[in-house]
Design a protein around this ligand. Structure first.
Ligand code: GLN
Length: 302
């Protein structure tokens, strides 16, 4: 409540100083506590200057909606965590025999939902649509999604839970063996993935984008592509499905950098990030996480 009053005061000071507010707010990133302390000082001494330094538009909004000051995630308010995935990425997500999304990520997010006391509803959608749907159609996304600076402009990420790297799937008789060999080649990728971003940087490459990595692998097997660039674990699964025809090669051999998977969450929802990270940590500490790795990831490429 004190914070609420402080916010009100800041808002009132703000209203009296119409022009001073906006620009000052952009430069400062004070917490509510800071605003409170400084707003009190301001009241005693020089309201005008203090307001210039501390007032934020957010403070005014909070004054209008006091419930925003509780540290609860809006995404969880309805008791449902709506999770987007793209169930074309074994062993992290795939459609099981009963037609439902399953896999490591799905089991992981369901276990997290249980810890958070919310029901998890999984939406299967195109990978390339996930990031833009967060905070709208879906609350969060789990999809073997690599943390990248570009995605961080639109969403926040949980702590990372898996380290991967892109692999290169080649026909058995291929002579491609190093980064320079990829130049000018016909490369299949899944649209909007880090494999796609890497391929687009390769000089002269003809990049064919697919909605499903499996379709790219089929085209590779049919001789329409020179290689497919896709994440390590799906690459190993595809290698085992087409073992007479293809080989999956570690991208380190092509100078590809390691990547970290994390859960994508709405930008600024730190309450949700904290709760998801705490649940992840508990699962890593108590062995539940490793049990899921054993169940879903180890042996998935046999
Ligand atoms: N890790 C890759 C990325 O984030 C691919 C993820 C996927 O296809 N599900 O872009």
């Amino acid at each position: 409540m004190k914070k609420f009053l402080a916010a009100m005061m800041a808002a009132m000071l703000c209203m009296g100083l119409l022009t001073a507010c906006g620009s000052a707010a952009e430069e400062t990133a004070h917490t509510a506590e800071t605003t409170e302390a400084e707003a009190e000082t301001a009241n005693e001494a020089e309201p005008a200057d203090a307001a210039e330094e501390t007032a934020e538009p957010e403070a005014a909004e909070e004054a209008a909606q006091p419930e925003a000051e509780t540290a609860a995630s809006e995404a969880l308010a309805d008791g449902v965590l709506s999770v987007g995935t793209n169930a074309e990425f074994p062993p992290f997500e795939y459609v099981d025999d009963s037609g439902e999304p399953d896999g490591f990520d799905i089991a992981l997010i369901k276990a997290i939902g249980e810890k958070l006391g919310v029901e998890v509803q999984v939406e299967n959608m195109e990978f390339n649509a996930l990031v833009a749907s967060i905070g709208g159609k879906i609350d969060v996304a789990i999809a073997g999604m690599t943390v990248t600076d570009e995605r961080k402009e639109m969403v926040d990420f949980s702590d990372s839970y898996y380290t991967a790297v892109q692999y290169v799937i080649l026909p058995k008789d291929s002579e491609i063996a190093a980064a320079a060999d990829l130049e000018g080649k016909a490369i299949g990728v899944q649209l909007g993935t880090t494999g796609d971003f890497i391929a687009e940087e390769i000089a002269g490459a003809e990049v064919a984008q697919y909605n499903k990595a499996l379709d790219a692998v089929n085209d590779l097997v049919n001789g329409r592509l020179d290689c497919v660039i896709v994440d390590k674990n799906p690459a190993l699964v595809f290698q085992s499905r087409f073992q007479d025809q293809v080989t999956a090669v570690d991208g380190a051999q092509f100078d590809f950098e390691p990547e970290e998977y994390a859960i994508a969450i709405p930008k600024g929802d730190t309450a949700l990030a904290d709760q998801i990270n705490a649940a992840l940590k508990e699962m890593m500490d108590d062995g539940t996480f490793d049990a899921l790795v054993k169940e879903y990831i180890e042996g998935s490429d046999e």
